[in-house]
Design a protein. Structure first.
Lengths: 349, 129
């Protein structure tokens, strides 16, 4: 098993699991895939960044990184945004490496030095053939694009062009993929394209025990040539979906209603309509095995009284909406439409 | 006071005390349309190809013309701004600081889109009071 980091700091760990009756603090240790090895395409270690490095894996086993309950923000800043790269990691040679899948078939650490030379030059291909651990095809009305889960690239396709690499795809919620990870991926990608500099970039999925669905991902990045002046971050993105409860051990899910969790289970062979946006970092199975469609589910929406467009609360259009035009609404999609509102073309509520 | 700044789709201006993004064609557009601008030390390197068009300042009271500023919520300037030039990246980036002035207090005078060097679409909006 490849060990990239040496432990210099002892941290305590407490994590929260969100399922069934809602948020619950669990003082348990999250474990990364424990039987993984890695393969590296190329690497070069040339200079010193600093002498501070933290073995995140050991930190999970031995100490604490205190990640609070998800509180409405898709990510949590870790270690004051200072990544855990060690001094000798700094390089201006592009590379990417991926831990081998563990005994449960789960992805491990993914690591790259992102440079323009390894960024994709072609459109992303099909990835629907990959079934990450915990994968289920499930739909909810209150999820943008309907599908709860995306095949979520750990190192985003736009960074290194990894397509259907099973060591780089996990079962991630639409929310984590789009609201959590994508803004950071785009920030790094655009920085590299503009400056032609390199960015050390690592994404580590964090699983609790033998869970098949990750609790979240740790994303670290550091721009090399300017010593982090352009890009420096260390964030934890929660693998959650607002209004949906997830059983991380299996990937099962349920809609949370005002009165608690609705106990509806995914339904075998139920009909799925094809309204999801296939251009996103997701794709549907060519043969859908399991799905649930909650056509009349009660969800939260944000209405724009001026434009008569309705959005999901997480839509980027909401933050720029005038308060005078904003109206929060809880109810079914059909009720909103019956009031003359049209669905936002960005978040597809 | 005439201010030029950059924002993302959520009107974010910075994350972790760093600009969210940059594009050399924004700088080119600024120089071509607004001429010499004042700016702070953080942003000065962006004008390395146009050093004659960037004036380093440490005091906004000394600014006589357009001020190009990054990472600022602009709240401290809200009542002083007569013209606001926004370059909007057509992306959502992480942000822990956002624009804190109300654009409803301004009138949109001009809006154009152009392709950047590293961004497929950049939207330039000019607001006046």
């Amino acid at each position: 098993m490849k060990k990239i980091f040496t432990a210099l700091t002892v941290l305590l760990l407490s994590f929260s699991l969100f399922f069934a009756s809602g948020c619950e603090m669990l003082d348990q240790v999250l474990t990364k895939s424990s039987q993984s090895t890695s393969s590296t395409t190329s690497s070069s270690q040339t200079e010193i960044i600093s002498d501070t490095a933290i073995d995140f894996e050991s930190a999970h086993h031995n100490g604490i990184i205190s990640i609070p309950d998800y509180d409405g923000s898709p990510y949590f800043v870790v270690n004051n945004n200072e990544p855990f790269f060690k001094s000798s990691d700094k390089t201006t040679t592009s590379f990417e490496s991926f831990d081998e899948l563990d005994s449960l078939g789960r992805c491990g650490e993914t690591y790259a030095c992102v440079g323009k030379d390894i960024m994709p030059t072609e459109e992303r291909g099909e990835i629907g053939q990959v079934k990450p651990t915990g994968w289920q095809t499930v739909k909810y009305d209150c999820v943008s694009g309907k599908y709860l889960y995306n095949r979520c690239h750990l190192i985003g396709f736009q960074l290194t062009g990894e397509n259907a690499n099973v060591k780089n795809l996990i079962t991630g919620t639409r929310y984590m993929n789009v609201d959590g990870m994508l803004p950071f991926e785009d920030m790094v990608a655009d920085y590299v394209k503009e400056t032609l500099n390199h960015v050390l970039y690592r994404v580590t999925p964090i699983f609790k025990g033998n869970n098949l669905v990750a609790h979240g991902v740790l994303m670290e990045a550091y721009s090399v040539e300017d010593n982090g002046e352009g890009i420096t971050f260390n964030v934890y993105c929660y693998n959650v979906q607002p209004q949906i409860a997830i059983d991380y051990s299996t990937g099962n899910s349920a809609l949370i209603s005002d009165g608690g969790v609705q106990t509806s289970k995914p339904t075998e062979n139920s009909t799925v309509n094809s309204t999801a946006n296939s251009s996103q970092e997701t794709s549907q199975d060519s043969s859908i095995e399991t799905s649930v469609s909650v056509e009349s589910s009660i969800c939260e929406y944000v209405l724009n009284k001026n434009s008569k467009i309705f959005h999901l609360p997480t839509c980027s259009g909401v933050s720029s909406m005038s308060q005078a035009n904003r109206q929060d609404f809880t109810g079914t999609r059909e009720e909103v439409i019956s009031q003359g509102y049209k669905a936002c073309g960005t978040c597809h509520p | 006071m005439k201010i030029i700044t950059c924002v993302d789709k959520n009107l974010g201006v910075s994350f972790n005390n760093r600009r969210q993004s940059r594009d050399r064609l924004i700088i080119k557009d600024i120089v071509e349309n607004f001429g010499k601008v004042f700016t702070f030390e953080y942003s000065l390197p962006l004008f390395s190809e146009y050093s004659d068009f960037a004036v380093l300042t440490q005091d906004t009271a000394m600014v006589d013309g357009y001020l190009f500023i990054e990472k600022s919520t602009l709240s401290e300037f809200e009542n002083k701004i007569s013209t606001l030039v926004l370059y909007r990246f057509d992306k959502v980036y992480p942000s822990d600081r956002k624009l804190e002035i109300s654009l409803e207090n301004f009138k949109l005078k001009e809006k154009i889109e152009f392709q950047g060097n590293s961004h497929e679409k950049i939207i330039k909006e000019i607001y006046v009071k």
